[in-house]
Design a protein around this ligand. Structure first.
Ligand SMILES: [Fe+2]
Length: 429
């Protein structure tokens, strides 16, 4: 396919048109829009939100969305869950899974979507969910819209073409894409199969974290976030639209494509980010700063500094600290952690944590390096070393992750995971 064009800059005010001269100049809603297009505003924050967090876009489209979300009929949600699944088992221990299975022999991104864990409450706009997807087919003429939260797609296998109302994005393992709530999209495969993780954020939209003393130029830089340019479908392409509303799935059959935005402007739009553009920080003399220095995006809560969801990236980096236990230390934290691996080997886990798997360490459930990692790190020659070249991610939340009953019943759940720490011997005297 032809190389896609992007606009850059996190949260910028963009303007883009697929047909020249369509975008109104100097105003949002003229009496008539060129080409007979309809004007529609899509807001991601309340009208009165602080200007620094305000997100909205104006779209100019062939048909208004009111003709898309109409005559919706309930459908089976499959294994998609929203909010805390109280059928799920309590998590009084550390949890880890081998790579999650496909639930169908042939599935697309949506039909192959299964919820691993949830927390919070989508109606109260708190918490989120982490899902896994396994797809062997493109969604084709099926579109999806999630009104319960924004979606962060994190593939670990296969390239994806995301067709959205605002234009196209291509991602592959090593990229993420974020689709705001309420934006329709479809996922096509560019390889024979694709797998990955999806974080659904019920709370405030992900934004760049505060940097405090770190200053401006570190971690994820605003210019590296890429947004699509306007692109629209043939009006007469029949499309099945699936909508998730308050955890329930609905569908209808449209005689036309909902991907009919010819031009748009604003700062509410899907975006992508290449994870290896993340400029990690680290210790330069001894000990560890807190892992919060690797926060890539954050969904803030009402309590300053206590995230609804933080998205944290652990990537390859130089280890130079002197007289220091270099992997992450043992810890028992107030925040709840859900980790996933995209590529490579995570340095606190010698084995058993592979791409496609997930671990959950909830609030005040102690964890840390396993026996093998502890032994090698305490005996290592502390010369400067680099690597491994890996991409591990964590969604950290102020709310405990509740695994779904589906995830807890899987044979991929590692029953012996807590035993990873049993061989740690007392070194006292
Ligand atoms: Fe941890």
């Amino acid at each position: 396919m032809a190389e896609l064009n992007y606009q850059s800059g996190f949260g910028n005010q963009f303007e883009t048109e697929a047909e020249s001269g369509v975008l109104p100049l100097g105003q949002n809603s003229p009496q008539k829009v060129k080409g007979g297009l309809y004007t529609e505003q899509i807001t991601g924050t309340a009208f009165t939100a602080p200007r620094s967090s305000m997100r909205r876009s104006w779209v100019y489209r062939i048909r208004p969305s009111v003709q898309h979300l109409t005559n919706l009929q309930p459908i089976d949600p499959g294994l998609i869950r929203t909010g805390a699944d109280r059928e799920g088992s309590p998590t009084a221990t550390q949890l880890r899974w081998d790579p999650f299975p496909s639930i169908l022999s042939d599935s697309n991104w949506l039909t192959g979507l299964t919820t691993v864990a949830t927390n919070g409450n989508s109606e109260l706009q708190t918490g989120g969910a982490v899902h896994h997807f396994a797809a062997t087919q493109s969604m084709g003429d099926t579109a999806f819209v999630n009104t319960d939260g924004e979606l962060m797609l994190v593939p670990y296998m296969g390239r994806l073409l995301l067709q959205t109302e605002m234009g196209h994005l291509e991602i592959s393992p090593g990229h993420i894409a974020v689709i705001p709530r309420g934006i329709k999209f479809s996922v096509d495969l560019l390889d024979e199969m694709a797998r990955g993780y999806v974080c659904e954020n019920y709370g405030a939209a992900f934004s760049l974290p505060e940097h405090g003393l770190v200053g401006v130029d570190a971690n994820a830089l605003p210019r590296d976030f890429e947004y699509p340019v306007a692109r629209y479908d043939d009006d007469h392409q029949p499309t099945k639209l699936v909508a998730k509303i308050s955890g329930a799935l609905f569908a209808n059959d449209l005689k036309h494509s909902p991907f009919d935005v010819v031009a748009w402007h604003g700062n509410l739009a899907p975006y992508r980010y290449e994870l290896r553009r993340f400029c990690a920080l680290g210790p330069v003399i001894f000990d560890h700063p807190d892992p919060s220095i690797w926060t890539l995006l954050s969904s803030p809560s009402d309590t300053p500094g206590t995230a609804n969801l933080d998205f944290i990236l652990f990537r390859e980096h130089w280890r130079v600290a002197e007289n220091t236990f270099r992997p992450p230390w043992f810890h028992s934290n107030v925040m709840s952690e859900l980790m996933a691996l995209i590529e490579g080997v995570y340095d606190a886990k010698a084995e058993g944590f592979v791409p496609g798997g997930i671990s959950i360490h909830n609030s005040f459930i102690p964890h840390g390096p396993d026996s093998d990692a502890f032994k090698s790190a305490t005996e290592a020659d502390l010369t400067p070393t680099k690597g491994p070249d890996s991409l591990a991610v964590m969604w950290e939340s102020r709310y405990r992750w509740v695994p779904t009953s589906w995830a807890m019943a899987l044979s991929e759940l590692q029953d012996d995971y807590p035993e990873r720490w049993s061989e740690l011997k007392s070194g006292w005297r």
